[in-house]
Design a protein around this ligand. Structure first.
Ligand SMILES: Nc1ncnc2c1ncn2[C@@H]1O[C@H](COP(=O)(O)OP(=O)(O)OP(=O)(O)O)[C@@H](O)[C@H]1O
Ligand SMILES: CC(=O)N[C@H]1[C@@H]2OC[C@@H](O2)[C@@H](O)[C@@H]1O[C@H](C)C(=O)O
Length: 369
């Protein structure tokens, strides 16, 4: 019998909760394509968004705040799941499991004792929904010496790889990450650097909204070449993979440091940040003979960013993942539904060449109701 899974992703953009309902075939060895049945985006309340943003950086009273926010987040996830089930007209009993990423509030793969924290009380989520939850996907990879990220490459390989074409999948969320699906080669993948995160921060600081819809604000500015060169001079871009990063590094303080004593027009900064994301992705792909690049994550909708990427990668056919049947918004959440399915079928969820782990392992832990 086929089985239904729910995937939940709330990522570094802090825009809200992405959910999908997916049907998987009964036996992984049949390699049936998963069927995306429904999806939903539930924005965070302004208070929860602010609290999560606060927790993503060091500050006073963190532990107390984290305890409170973990519970609120679980309730927000549970509410979002109830909305999805009602929309899809599916009962909780029909769902095999929820695969939930949780909310990253700290990711320190380069610390003396590397660690990564994804919060959200998964027992509360299971109790509220009466559905078992598979979560905590990153820490086992880290326990085997990996970075704990990115994890989506195994899913990309399972559903997007082609034997005769060099495909790459680019996720542009708050942070951007790439998966390289080169025929007859181990899958590679890593975080390329900032995605929309710095652009979101900047437009928010100008009081012009939460993000630059379709890149319209960036389109009103001009790329400042000296600022662009300064941004690209960060050593992260020259590091070889495995590598991963987050908001603890590429954040408003990082940008403020780069802008020091300069008085660029605000729209020019937005335009330059957009170009910067595209240029940093180009650096990551410089020696790769990619034929097709599929873009997902909210950044796929930024028209200026998309056109910058196409201009910088003229030999590559650039498309959104929608052309492969999965909307840009749904890919990451679907990956977490797949990781829950992989847990249930004892399929490793990490790729050692990607994360740097010593071996491939089944990721996640089960939270029962
Ligand atoms: N129409 C649009 N135009 C421009 N940007 C958009 C549009 N829609 C979404 N975005 C951008 O996409 C972001 C959300 O992307 P997404 O949900 O993929 O990120 P995330 O999952 O939170 O991050 P990550 O993948 O790093 O964990 C928004 O914050 C915004 O910057
Ligand atoms: C620690 C963490 O939450 N990392 C996220 C983040 O958002 C994008 C990029 O940085 C990626 O490494 C990862 O998410 C995706 C889902 C991943 O693990 O593949």
């Amino acid at each position: 019998m086929s089985s239904l899974y729910i995937g939940i992703m709330s990522g570094t953009s802090l825009d809200g909760i992405d959910l999908v309902l997916v049907r998987f075939g009964p036996r992984p060895q049949d390699k049936l394509q998963p069927e995306l049945l429904d999806s939903l985006l539930c924005p965070f309340s302004e208070l929860l968004r602010q609290q999560l943003s606060q927790l993503a950086q060091s500050g006073p009273n963190e532990l107390e705040l984290m305890g409170q926010v973990e519970q609120q987040l679980a309730l927000a996830y549970a509410d979002a799941i109830k909305q999805l089930l009602a929309k899809a007209k599916v009962a909780a009993e029909q769902i095999s499991a929820i695969g939930c990423h949780g909310q990253t509030i700290r990711h320190r793969p380069y610390a003396q004792f590397p660690f990564t924290y994804q919060i959200g009380d998964m027992f509360r989520l299971a109790a509220q929904t009466q559905i078992r939850v598979i979560a905590d996907f990153r820490r086992k990879d880290m326990a085997y010496g990996g970075q704990g990220a990115p994890l989506v490459p195994a899913f990309h390989k399972a559903i997007f790889a082609k034997p005769d074409s060099y495909r790459a999948i680019l996720n542009i969320g708050g942070i951007a990450n790439i998966t390289l699906l080169q025929p007859n080669m181990p899958v590679r993948g890593f975080d390329t650097g900032p995605g929309n995160g710095l652009m979101d921060n900047w437009i928010q600081q100008q009081g012009l909204g939460l993000y630059d819809k379709d890149g319209l604000y960036a389109a009103s500015g001009v790329v400042q070449q000296d600022l662009l060169a300064n941004l690209l001079s960060d050593p992260y871009f020259q590091l070889q993979g495995p590598k991963s990063t987050g908001r603890e590094y590429f954040n408003p303080q990082w940008l403020a440091h780069k802008l020091l004593a300069n008085t660029y027009a605000a729209a020019d900064v937005q335009r330059t940040l957009t170009r910067f994301t595209a240029e940093s992705i180009k650096i990551a792909l410089v020696n790769e003979a990619i034929e097709e690049l599929f873009v997902c994550g909210g950044g796929a909708y930024n028209k200026v960013l998309f056109s910058d990427l196409q201009q910088l990668l003229p030999a590559v056919r650039l498309q959104q993942t929608a052309s492969l049947g999965i909307k840009a918004d749904d890919v990451e959440a679907m990956a977490f539904a797949w990781l829950a399915y992989a847990y249930d079928h004892k399929i490793p969820g990490n790729i050692p060449e990607v994360t740097g782990a010593r071996k491939a392992v089944v990721l996640g832990a089960e939270f029962t109701y």
